[in-house]
Write a protein that binds this ligand. Structure first.
Ligand code: AVI
Length: 325
């Protein structure tokens, strides 16, 4: 506890997780190779992602912000003084602030609970406290699931849980359903869940959003190899790889890969791995699923939710959906 306006909890600090070295060892030591997208986000990767969010081709961030601005007049009819704001992923960003603006204007004191696996939430929380007088922050350093379990100890208020930025699209359909069921099981009746989901659209718009002209998305994708070099004592030569992304229409998802440009061998010392790659072989790094409005309805009704409202932008590029139990 730092002061009365700000406290942190780390409920599952001792839980043993598979290490980076072990995960890389098992995901690259197989025929269809992959690196899970959570490893994109070291300091450099997080900075590159911030840059992606401002690119002209990357419409999701600015579109979601435009929709959130509309919520200023419309969200107050769904919430009252009894609600606190809970965010999956820590935010000091424009998006969190748009919601905090609504809450702090409606309430005498607003409680904000960011849940994030990284201690980075400390930095953003202190900045928010400087900017909002009537804000109290309880930072929960944990996985989303662990944080939501911990939140059950605070049943004095209703929660509006935020999951913005279309991060849900990075789950596989099976994991996404499990995630929604978990959220549903931790919610009380009266709690609300607000989620950003990217929508199916023209392939060209999607492909240029994930293959921008300045090459920032390529840098973001390739950076995971630099991270493996630095942290796992590996010798990836980044010049021997290229960024490759394509929209898979049938599965409604952007697929992102690193393509090996030559036959090559790479040593990853801390994973105890000698990796042999053939020319044109792909390492899968990310899926980003896109949804239709009908699929959004089915997704929530099949996981036990009731849809309260869906907000869209004028071009129907992106959606924000508010659901309850
Ligand atoms: C974090 N996530 C929602 C982004 C997306 O659009 O799927 C990650 C990203 N990958 C490439 N560009 C952005």
């Amino acid at each position: 506890v730092i002061d009365s306006k700000l406290q942190y909890f780390k409920p599952h600090a001792s839980k043993i997780e598979k290490t980076f070295a072990e995960e890389i060892s098992s995901s690259l030591n197989r025929e269809s190779k992959f690196i899970v997208p959570k490893f994109f986000y070291d300091k450099k990767g997080s900075d590159l992602f911030e840059k992606i969010c401002t690119l002209p081709e990357y419409y999701p961030t600015r579109t979601e912000i435009a929709i959130l601005k509309k919520l200023k007049t419309e969200l107050p009819s769904f919430i009252d003084d009894s609600f606190r704001l809970v965010e999956l992923g820590s935010g000091a960003s424009v998006k969190t602030r748009l919601l905090l603006d609504i809450f702090t204007q409606m309430q005498q004191t607003t409680e904000y609970f960011p849940i994030d696996i990284s201690e980075i939430l400390a930095e953003s929380s202190e900045q928010l406290l400087q900017d909002y007088d009537n804000l109290r922050i309880t930072g929960i350093i944990d996985t989303y699931e662990g944080g939501l379990e911990f939140l059950k100890n605070y049943d004095d208020k209703n929660n509006l849980i935020l999951f913005l930025g279309s991060s849900f699209g990075n789950f596989s359909p099976t994991d996404g359903k499990i995630f929604l069921e978990k959220i549903n099981s931790t919610m009380k009746s009266g709690d609300l869940f607000l989620i950003g989901l990217d929508l199916v659209k023209d392939s060209q718009i999607l492909e240029s959003a994930y293959n921008d002209k300045q090459g920032i998305t390529a840098e973001f994708n390739l950076n995971v190899l630099s991270r493996i070099n630095d942290e796992l004592d590996a010798d990836f030569n980044l010049d021997n790889f290229s960024h490759y992304s394509i929209y898979n229409k049938e599965d409604q998802r952007i697929e992102m890969y690193l393509k090996s440009l030559v036959n090559q061998s790479v040593v990853i010392s801390k994973s105890g791995l000698l990796l042999n790659l053939e020319k044109n072989e792909l390492i899968h790094t990310e899926h980003s699923h896109k949804f239709t409005l009908d699929q959004i309805k089915t997704l929530f009704t099949s996981t036990g939710f009731k849809i309260n409202h869906t907000w869209l932008d004028e071009k129907t590029n992106f959606s924000l959906t508010l659901v309850s139990k």
